[in-house]
Design a binder for this molecule. Structure first.
Ligand SMILES: Nc1ncnc2c1ncn2[C@@H]1O[C@H](COP(=O)(O)OP(=O)(O)OP(=O)(O)O)[C@@H](O)[C@H]1O
Ligand SMILES: NC(=O)c1ccc[n+]([C@@H]2O[C@H](COP(=O)(O)O)[C@@H](O)[C@H]2O)c1
Length: 177
């Protein structure tokens, strides 16, 4: 029988509790989920502080923490390409076959819709707090970001001295202005 597979693509800068909740929800609807780490080539800027490898560890360890069966997911870093019209073909080249795409991003939804995919907009959980933007803001301002992410994300950020990185990036961006 054909495997029912869905894909969720996001920058995951960083991986937070909204991502965990949406992955659990998607896994109620599909056999397997492909988690695409978007903009894999970008790191060390304030909107995208973490490398693809660092994000991979956050995601993998957070899924372990939440007892999500490892046979049900793939985690695949995806670099951007500067050609929206062929982006979906490029994603297909990188991934196992899938039949559904889950995203809240309008460009992502449009590109997959035009290629005939079933596009689903998953519910947003506690969106005022659970966004990468809010987590990064709290990291920079010494506010409680830890409550918004799995322990595994906290551990990885501490291991790589991520808060120091973000604060240094912020000083650099101000001095470059
Ligand atoms: N709070 C949330 N609840 C449910 N799903 C979410 C939530 N936040 C993000 N997602 C899902 O994850 C996908 C990718 O998320 P992304 O990495 O862009 O996170 P983000 O929190 O929106 O990031 P940023 O604020 O940095 O733009 C989104 O398209 C959306 O489907
Ligand atoms: N042409 C392209 O490379 C292309 C097109 C659309 C989306 N994307 C990527 O998909 C991801 C979508 O994730 P976000 O919802 O976190 O923005 C981003 O990393 C974005 O750069 C890339």
């Amino acid at each position: 029988m054909k495997t029912n597979r869905g894909i969720l693509i996001g920058r995951m800068q960083p991986f937070h509790n909204g991502h965990i909740q949406v992955i659990k929800k998607i896994l109620e609807e599909v056999d397997e989920i492909i988690i695409g780490i978007g903009s894999a080539q970008i790191s060390h800027d304030l909107k995208n502080p973490f490398t693809a490898g660092e994000r991979l560890v956050m995601i993998k360890q957070s899924l372990v923490e939440h007892n999500i069966d490892p046979s049900r997911y793939y985690i695949i870093p995806m670099e951007d390409i500067n050609k929206n019209a062929i982006w979906v073909s490029y994603i297909k080249m990188l991934t196992p076959p899938f039949n559904k795409i889950y995203s809240g991003n309008y460009l992502v939804k449009q590109l997959f819709y035009e290629e005939g995919y079933e596009v689903k907009t998953p519910p947003l959980f506690d969106r005022l707090k659970l966004s990468g933007t809010e987590v990064r803001k709290r990291m920079l301002n010494d506010e409680n970001w830890q409550e918004l992410v799995p322990n595994a994300t906290v551990e990885l950020v501490n291991e790589i001295k991520g808060i120091e990185r973000i604060k240094n990036l912020s000083k650099k961006e101000i001095s470059d202005m």
